[in-house]
Design a protein around this ligand. Sequence first.
Ligand SMILES: Nc1ncnc2c1ncn2[C@@H]1O[C@H](COP(=O)(O)OP(=O)(O)OP(=O)(O)O)[C@@H](O)[C@H]1O
Ligand SMILES: [Mg+2]
Length: 338
Amino acid sequence: MTSKKTTPLYQAKSIKKYFPVTGGILRRTIGQVKALDGVDLDIYRGETISVIGESGCGKTTLGRMLAVLQKPTDGELTFDFGDGLQDVAHLDRGEELAFRKKVQMIFQDPYTSFNPRQRVGVAMDEVLQVHGVKDPEERFSRIKEACEMVNMRVEYLQRYPHEFSGGQRQRLAIARCLAVKPELIIADEIVSALDVSIQAQIVNLLRKIQKETGLSFVFITHDVAVARYVGHRIAVMYLGSVVEILPAEALPENAEHPYTIALLSAVPDMNLQGKKKQIALQGEVPSPIDAPSGCAFSTRCPYVMDICKTTRPTLRIAADGKAGHQVACHLETPPTGE
Ligand SMILES: Nc1ncnc2c1ncn2[C@@H]1O[C@H](COP(=O)(O)OP(=O)(O)OP(=O)(O)O)[C@@H](O)[C@H]1O
Ligand SMILES: [Mg+2]
């Protein structure tokens, strides 16, 4: 992977997304939910980035920003269509369609993404028509190829969405994306609603597709073990920002941000016990309406210093110096957690 890392396919710089909070009979704006408060993320060709973090930290909002389903309040989103990075946050309709062909998003609940009154084959065909594939034979061959990639029989395309199990529907949602031939797929908690054996099936399928096609993925999950299994790199989010990005193989030993270590300490699989590197999380996640100034984690961090309360740390190269490992923390020496 690292050899391909020259210029990113997609770059998010200082992305902010604030939602207004209204109150009173006049519905005046009385505050802002800072769902994203300055996220930086580079996505390279052929890599899967897993995004992890507690509920409400902004994972879905980040996914929606990257798919440009909503516009960021501030920040830059640039995508490489072939001749360098280009702004995608302000596209006209034609350019937007070209972007949607390159970047596809899959959601947790495929029930809502398929029209219940439409046969799935027809739904897939429509998507390709929207993307300008005029030849019906070409559309059919693309759909067939995509179905083969997700191990679905082409005859199933005659069925309606309710005739499939949750796992099958999710495979169809993946096939629908693949038929468009995108360069990046953003998958938001796509296995969370499935039972464990089906989860494993879909996760293995995604890994296989990634290897075969060389597509880039952003894989959003709250399951650290799945994130590590699927992703080449892991982005750890806390209260609207990315606090650490690290190669999957660096987990759990090389985690440097106190929040990442705390998150891993809560996962028995990560087996940090032997390494004595554990942090127990204290207190509650602050409200994104009233996030701490300085480091967002400062109110809960056992290593908090004065600077953490006033100055927000930005992502820098991690102390272990590993390629692709960045951390946003004022601590010069990573905590041992002992
Ligand atoms: N449309 C909206 N209006 C107001 N607030 C919103 C909106 N969408 C998200 N938020 C808030 O933004 C924050 C981040 O939400 P988001 O859904 O991105 O979190 P998440 O990490 O995906 O959580 P989960 O793991 O539960 O899916 C939350 O505090 C949420 O309440
Ligand atoms: Mg979410």
